[in-house]
Write a protein that binds this ligand. Structure first.
Ligand code: HEC
Length: 99
């Protein structure tokens, strides 16, 4: 009995971990309009960010936020992000497939 309960608990834990990895971070809701739901933007002026390296995405977002990279459109969306949110966003878009 104990084993079954443990196995069920482990399976539930695995399932919820898998879900959190795939779900878009909350902040991604603000990026959808320009970069698409999975980072494949439909409009050429908005770069595709799907499948780019997480370290690259993280650096670009921090550069926008901290004033090292300038773009009147993109900067306001990077401004409010914490390091943790940037890490989550970078990991999410890096895990998407570029189309
Ligand atoms: C209103 C449109 C808009 C929104 C909303 C927006 N972006 Fe952008 N984003 C842009 C534009 C335009 C650029 C290109 C800037 C440039 O040319 O330097 C860009 C560039 C980027 C880049 C750099 C890509 C590269 O190839 O170097 C990243 C990463 C990025 N955005 C992530 C995000 C994230 C994450 C969000 C949500 C928090 C977001 N963007 C919201 C318009 C937007």
């Amino acid at each position: 009995m104990k084993k079954i309960i443990l196995a069920t608990a482990a399976a539930t834990l695995l399932a919820s971990t898998a879900m959190t990895v795939q779900a878009a971070p909350a902040k991604a809701a603000t990026c959808v309009g320009c970069h698409g739901a999975d980072g494949n933007s439909m409009v050429p002026n908005f770069p595709k960010i799907a499948g780019q390296h997480a370290a690259y995405l993280e650096k670009q977002l921090k550069d926008f936020r901290d004033g090292f990279r300038k773009d009147a459109t993109m900067v306001p969306f990077a401004k409010g992000l914490t390091d943790e949110e940037i890490k989550e966003l970078a990991a999410f878009y890096a895990a998407q497939t570029a189309k």
